[in-house]
Structure formats: C-alpha cells, structure tokens
Design a protein around this ligand. Sequence first.
Ligand code: UDP
Ligand code: MG
Length: 138
Amino acid sequence: MANLTFGIIKPDAVRAGHTGSIIQRILDTGFKIRGLKLIHMTRQQGEGFYAVHRERPFFAGLVEFMSSGPCVVMALEKESAVKSWRDLMGATDPAKADEGTLRKEFGGSVGENAVHGSDSDENAAIEVSYFFSRLELV
Ligand code: UDP
Ligand code: MG
C-alpha cells in the first residue's frame, strides 16, 4: 500500500494539547485520514511496536515514554505517504528539524519528539495492522 502510512501523535504532544493542531496540519498537507483513535499503550504493546530498537540504549526510556499517557494512532493516505509524512514530521531530533515541520514546532527532545512515522511501505503496512483491524480502516 504505497499510498498509506502510519503515524502517532505521541504522549508528549497529546499531554501538551497539540492533538488538534497536528491533525489540522495533517489535513492541510493533503492527507486523508483512513483510521484514527486515542489509545493508552501498555508497556508490552510499546515493546512490541518498537521491537526493532530493543538493543538500543534508549529502548527502555522510549517504551516508558510511549506508555506514559494517551497517544493518537493514525492511518494516513496520500501519494508517497511514507515520505510525505516524514517530510511533515521533520528530523528525529527537533533541534535539527527544518522550520515548518511538526517536530520543530511541537517536539521537545530527541526522545519526546511529538510524532512517529513509518520509515518504509513495508513497515507502514505492519504498523497499521499492529493498531488497526480491517474494520477500523475506512
Ligand atoms: N529515540 C530516542 N533517542 C535516540 C533516538 C531515538 O529516544 O537517540 C526515540 C525517538 O522517540 C524516536 C524513536 O526512538 O522517534 C525511534 O527512533 P528512530 O531512529 O526510528 O527515529 P524516527 O523514525 O522516529 O525519526
Ligand atoms: Mg523510525
């Protein structure tokens, strides 16, 4: 599904009240929202989602953060969705993110950086199906 990607409005951004602003930016960029829900990930769900990073030094902190409060998971459709969403998010480290990106505007640190986005079409399909059933996608 080359036109679908997966995104998260992370707990820091939800806590800070940025959910509405971020969704507006997503719509303004031309994405169609195919799935959207507020969830509070368990530690176990966070570990499963970020399993590729389990050997990294930041893994425990990342799982702790991602399960620290509600987040918004989204299935987003647009041409070249993976790249388009990563372009809108900006670099992982908000300090290095370009002007006008979501991480520049809403991210606080390399760990608490407001949003997640898939890095490939293959991972987008895996990540969408990790959080959404077929019935939840319109
Ligand atoms: N992360 C972190 N410290 C680091 C690198 C990454 O806490 O040094 C966190 C951060 O929340 C990041 C996530 O781990 O968004 C996944 O890292 P990745 O390298 O995949 O960055 P992304 O794809 O989110 O830009
Ligand atoms: Mg990544």
